[in-house]
Design a protein around this ligand. Structure first.
Ligand SMILES: NC(=O)c1ccc[n+]([C@@H]2O[C@H](COP(=O)([O-])OP(=O)(O)OC[C@H]3O[C@@H](n4cnc5c(N)ncnc54)[C@H](O)[C@@H]3O)[C@@H](O)[C@H]2O)c1
Length: 359
């Protein structure tokens, strides 16, 4: 099934409203998850809707905001997210960091008592759109062993750094500290696909291409071995330890419908205008990207991309041509829609022929 941005957003908004979220925050959450799908980050889009809805329904994630500022000064703040939807809290926190950076060059906001915030780039890009450098990071439930270990004690803590890129648009590095995000492995499992070697190991520590072996007692592996592991620890300290919050095994899994997650985030904004003349900055970054883009391509490669460029290209295409919802995903969404007494996703399609399966 092909779905357009607004159609998917409307469906998701209705689902969130059905479990008690205000119309405005349901819209923000729906837009945020849809933005991930639009940018090709399918691991963090509509795929996550069922688990978000289940958690809201069971009261494991608050459906009403109770966001409080615990500490604040000119450049920093610590917010208690009140276990509310992290996509909403994250936006409020990043907005605050941007305001602080526009007045004082730097802005850093930590959020504790939060939830899964989706794709990290969405927040860092907010700063880049304002001409500033944005950094967003979060801890997660532990999914990886430390080098040499055989227990899950390290989160695959995502980090996104976004920069204004002059005439190139926005440069945005966004990555999990595991070889890939867990959602990509879930996506492969849902669509009965194997995963490449190196994405994870089974519970015995053996290499596997079966997503189930990784998800059932196995482990994700850090990107770049000990280097990704080290960065994951750095994020854990910046986001969680610094905000006096749960770390490592104290953070709970989104898929265990028992407890709140206790996730923390860090948002950091640097106002580049305070450091360098705008024209000089653009000139330097454009020169860098010119050199990168002009790098000769290796055998079989058509184009060299800077970080975030592939996602931007996918977004242009998906805004024009829509996004694919696989049959497996559609069935899962139908089940959820029936359970909540919301119209099935197909009835949100504006094109009658598509709705009736005629094309
Ligand atoms: N909220 C959470 O708990 C959580 C946890 C993990 C990951 N995530 C999110 O999952 C998403 C996917 O993470 P991932 O690690 O699988 O990312 P990825 O491996 O798909 O991409 C990582 C980075 O590499 C760049 N890239 C990829 N191929 C490229 C190429 N050929 N040329 C140039 N650049 C290239 C991308 O632009 C991106 O910046 C991210 O949005 C991340 O924030 C969220």
């Amino acid at each position: 099934m092909i779905i357009m941005k607004e159609e998917q957003e409307q469906f998701m908004q209705e689902m969130f409203m059905k479990v008690g979220v205000s119309s405005e925050d349901a819209r923000i959450t729906a837009q945020s998850l849809t933005l991930a799908d639009l940018r090709g980050v399918n691991s963090h889009g509509i795929l996550r809707l069922p688990i978000y809805v289940q958690r809201l329904k069971r009261g494991l994630m608050a459906n009403k905001p109770d966001i409080r500022i615990e500490k604040e000064d000119m450049t920093t703040a610590v917010m208690d997210g009140g276990n509310y939807i992290a996509q909403v809290t994250g936006r409020i926190a990043m907005r605050k960091a941007i305001e602080k950076a526009s007045e004082n060059t730097l802005g850093m906001v930590l959020v504790k008592n939060s939830n899964h915030f989706g794709a990290a780039a969405e927040y860092s890009i907010m700063a880049a759109k304002e001409g500033m450098i944005g950094i967003a990071a979060s801890n997660t439930v532990p999914l990886m062993p430390p080098p040499g270990g055989k227990d899950k004690v390290v989160g695959n803590n995502p980090l996104a750094v976004s920069f204004p890129g002059g005439r190139y648009g926005i440069v945005s590095v966004d990555m999990a500290m595991s070889s890939v995000a867990q959602g990509k492995i879930r996506n492969a499992e849902l669509n009965n696909r194997e995963v490449p070697l190196g994405w994870g190991i089974d519970k015995e520590g053996k290499d596997t291409t079966n997503p189930r072996d990784i998800l059932d007692g196995g482990f994700l592996l850090p990107t770049g071995g000990p280097k990704g592991y080290g960065l994951a620890i750095a994020i854990e300290i910046l986001a969680a330890a610094l905000s006096n919050s749960p770390v490592s095994k104290e953070v709970k899994s989104i898929y265990q419908l028992e407890e709140k997650l206790g996730i923390s985030h860090m948002f950091l904004v640097i106002n580049a205008k305070a450091l360098i003349d705008q024209q000089d900055y653009n000139n330097r970054v454009e020169t860098l990207l010119d050199i990168i883009k002009n790098c000769p391509a290796a055998y079989g490669i058509e184009e060299i991309y800077f970080p975030g460029e592939i996602e931007d290209n996918i977004m242009k295409d998906r805004l024009a041509n829509g996004m694919v919802i696989t049959r497996e995903m559609e069935l899962e969404l139908d089940k959820l829609a029936d359970e909540l007494n919301v119209k099935r996703i197909k009835s949100f399609l504006k094109n009658r022929q598509l709705r009736e399966g005629l094309v």
